[in-house]
Ligand binder design. Structure first.
Ligand code: GDP
Ligand code: IMO
Ligand code: MG
Length: 424
């Protein structure tokens, strides 16, 4: 596992945290490359549950260095609180490395995120309201403020004042909210700067050296392929690139350094927020997936929408990410169903589709064409060997493998660290 990307193959919450924790045992570095504290990654070890939003999921292994690279957006208070939480839990966050090029989420980004959603009304995206979109907007508009700006008070103050010049016109006039004061923001952020300083590093160089030295580097995706700003169900997406290319752009590591790309897919699908979702279920099966799967957002507590696995979407994820392996999670949840459906096509007024359609409107109008596979109807949470799975569960895994064109390397059968089966 010299340089491996682990990313979400669906709409997020596939179980990336637990998968990264599994691989982190033999990793030297675990690197977040995009997104911010919109992510909620859960790791369960014994009775203990750890939810992380910014610190990479390798933190449970003391010899593994957690890196937050340049493609992320950082709310400094959230990062520092998370480090405090980690310390209280007996972990050591002192080794966390933070890129000086990462962009800062500022208080006006959070305010704008909430105001824009309010303004969109029924067309809202259902963001996490953490300021992610507005922070990336400023980055690309080239008036973002970066971690390194925190360490020159004069420059930092000038940048905050310049940003507020713009935001204080928009906030009251467009969104009918109060303007904000530069002084309060500068004072607050300079305090964070002091605590962040020991963590700030040239993470691109750090990772280059690590790869030169044949260290094992794990790239931890947040969100998922279908939430990608370029390849997802735009505009119902996040504002970064959770796809494999994002790991390259968001770290400064070149594409040839990457050896493997592991796509994490739930054995069914969930989605939080609005946007098209062809296999979504509105019946008691969907409700059972939510209840049995504990499908409530780690970050916002929102009920996740659930539905059957969609092979068009999974093949699409395999394609845009060059997936080399799949990690199938939450197979145990499907034990509850007599038969299991899998979408193999879409039928819509625009025609029939057997590949994920490029024209987004199809996703709203289409009826999924399902194939039905027999369920296994027995508890599999204690199974640790592939051969001990019921034959119907093995047939489901083999079906996923064949239809996606990607080998399933691992299957998880419960949230706890040990509840997984290695296939290869
Ligand atoms: P992430 O954002 O991709 O890291 O996923 P989340 O942590 O937001 O959501 C996944 C949820 O499913 C968490 O509560 C995990 O503890 C849980 N989970 C992960 N794998 C399994 C599994 O195989 N079975 C069950 N029942 N739960 C799982
Ligand atoms: P993890 O890493 C699931 C969704 C939000 C919303 C859209 C845009 O835990 O898988 P944003 O706040 O990013 O501007 O919201 O993206 N979203 C997620 N959904 N898991 C996540 O992260 C998500 N991060 C953002 O619900 O629909
Ligand atoms: Mg999550």
């Amino acid at each position: 596992m010299p340089a491996t990307i682990v990313l979400g193959a669906q709409w997020g919450d596939e179980g990336k945290g637990r998968v990264v924790d599994y691989f982190a045992e033999s990793a030297d570095y675990v690197v977040r490359f995009q997104g911010g504290n919109n992510a909620g990654h859960t790791i369960v070890v014994g009775e203990e549950k750890l939810a992380l939003s910014l610190i990479p999921s390798g933190i449970l292994y003391p010899e593994c260095i957690p890196v937050i690279a340049s493609g992320t957006v950082i709310d400094p208070k959230v990062l520092l609180d998370e480090m405090d939480m980690a310390t209280e839990r007996g972990l050591d966050p002192s080794a966390v490395k933070l890129s000086s090029n990462a962009h800062l989420i500022m208080p006006y980004h959070r305010k704008l995120d909430a105001a824009i959603e309010r303004y969109l009304g029924k067309n809202q995206i259902g963001t996490t309201k953490k300021g992610i979109g507005p922070a990336y907007t400023d980055k690309y508009a080239r008036f973002g403020i970066r971690v390194q700006d925190l360490f020159d008070e004069k420059i930092f103050r000038e940048k905050v004042e310049a940003a507020l010049e713009d935001k204080n016109k928009i906030l009251p006039r467009v969104y009918n909210t109060l303007p904000m004061e530069a002084d309060a923001i500068v004072d607050e952020y300079l305090e964070y700067a002091e605590r962040l300083a020991p963590h700030v590093t040239d993470t691109s160089l750090l990772l280059w050296n690590a790869i030169q030295d044949d260290k094992a580097v794990l790239f931890e995706g947040a969100q998922g392929t279908l939430l990608d700003i370029d390849h997802g169900t735009y505009p119902f997406v996040t504002s970064s690139n959770p796809t494999a290319g994002g790991a390259v752009v968001g770290t400064g590591v070149g594409p040839k350094a990457i050896d493997d790309v592991v796509g994490v897919a739930k054995a069914y699908i969930s989605r939080v927020g609005t946007g098209p979702f062809p296999t979504e279920l509105f019946d008691e099966i969907g409700d059972a997936m939510i209840d049995l799967g504990g499908e409530y957002g780690t970050v916002t507590g929102r009920r996740r929408r659930c539905g059957w696995l969609d092979m068009l979407a999974l093949r699409y994820a395999a394609r845009v990410n060059s997936l080399t392996k799949l990690f199938l999670t939450k197979l145990d949840i499907l034990s509850a169903f007599d038969s299991i459906k899998v979408a193999v096509g879409y039928r819509s007024p625009e025609g029939k589709f057997d590949e994920f359609p490029a024209q987004q409107s199809v996703l709203y109008h289409c009826e999924p064409v399902y194939e039905e596979l027999p369920g296994w109807g027995e508890d599999i949470t204690g199974v640790r060997r592939y051969d001990d799975l019921p034959k119907e569960a093995r047939a489901y895994i083999e079906y996923v493998q064949e239809a996606s064109g990607v080998d399933v390397g691992w299957v998880s059968v419960g949230p706890e660290r040990s509840q997984l089966i290695e296939l290869s």
